[in-house]
Write a protein that binds this ligand. Structure first.
Ligand code: PLP
Length: 325
């Protein structure tokens, strides 16, 4: 296994620090934050870590063009575009829905970073990728496809490596963590963390907050399990995983992907007004609300240390001005 074959795109390690003022409201707990909103790639986020491996592979294969897909406010697409700018790659983004009258948030940033943007209407999950690939190949482009959310084995390596980084920081700060909260959506962040914790012997309970309302029962759990099996082979791990070993907290996804409720608003305002740290409306606002709810209901063991892993996403907030005002 070689975690070093990657293309540097960010500033690592990202900070790990206590939420001192926020923690005072919860005397039974100490709460920390890991700042992957500060990876530095065109306003940061968790996709930076995945892209270090995905872009390296693209360059290793001597490709000159990247295609990926997502929502119009996709953090993944914005960071992929930024990574391609740095690596000198042409980047095509397939974004669901129709072309809006004006660009804002991640869409505006992707545009400024140089993306070739294709609006794909009802085809929201990259259904048009193969057609575009053929067209580009006719024009002699060497195309590399980066999957939805950057979630494949290489993407997961980003978070295997992140757990190694966390382990070193915990040692340095003489700290033990009992629980880790984070937002889980396309799966590779969670897979990387789970596999990383096995490889580097980090012992904490993961509480992934599910973001997308389930299309079918066990949808994300199955994606995570499949990717874990692939990762197990890659790392030659023996541990057996079953579907029941995949943690996923589904209590906070009812509004559906991208729909802001009072819960996300409360989370965003609480963290902003106690710590001066901004969450995003789609992912980290929802995940932080999940943690708040656990804290308020005292669902975690007394005297424990809790980590909120901030995965970024801030630009999307500018698409929610009306709701958040
Ligand atoms: C993509 C994303 C996530 C979810 O990560 P997955 O690896 O897709 O599960 C969480 N937070 C933010 C801000 C994201 O952009």
């Amino acid at each position: 296994m070689n975690l070093n074959n990657k293309f540097n795109l960010g500033f690592f390690p990202t900070p790990l620090h206590p939420l001192k003022k926020f923690s005072k409201q919860f005397p039974d707990y100490k709460i920390y934050i890991k700042r992957d909103d500060q990876t530095g790639l065109a306003s940061g986020g968790n996709k930076t870590r995945k892209l270090e491996y995905l872009i390296q592979k693209t360059l290793d294969e001597k490709c000159d063009t990247v295609i990926t897909a997502g929502a119009q406010q996709s953090n993944h697409c914005r960071q992929t575009m930024a990574a391609c700018a740095i690596a000198g790659l042409e980047c095509h983004l397939l974004l669901g829905g129709d072309k809006p009258e004006e660009y804002n948030g991640n869409l505006l940033l992707s545009h400024l970073l140089g993306a070739k943007i294709h609006f794909t209407g009802e085809n929201r999950k990259g259904e048009d990728i193969e057609k575009l690939r053929s067209e580009l190949e006719v024009n002699n482009k060497k195309v590399s496809i980066i999957p939805y959310g950057g979630s494949n084995l290489l993407g997961a390596l980003g978070y295997v490596n992140a757990i190694k980084e966390l382990k070193d920081q915990l040692k340095e700060q003489n700290l033990d963590i009992d629980y880790i909260f984070f937002a889980s959506s396309s799966g590779a962040t969670q897979v990387g963390m789970m596999i990383g914790m096995d490889i580097f012997d980090v012992d904490a309970e993961l509480i992934p907050i599910n973001i997308d309302k389930a299309e079918t029962e066990g949808f994300l759990e199955n994606i995570v399990l499949d990717l874990i099996h692939e990762s197990k082979q890659f790392f030659h791990l023996n541990k057996e995983y079953r579907i029941t070993d995949i943690p996923l907290e589904r209590n906070y996804d009812k509004a559906g992907y991208g729909y802001l409720t009072d819960d996300e608003k409360e989370a965003i305002k609480t963290l902003a007004q106690t710590e001066g740290i901004l969450l995003d409306p789609v992912y980290t606002g929802r995940a932080f609300y999940g943690m708040l709810d656990y804290l308020n209901k005292k669902k975690l063991k007394y005297n424990s240390n809790i980590l909120f892993w901030h995965t970024g996403g801030l630009p999307a907030i500018f698409n929610y001005g009306k709701e958040l005002f």
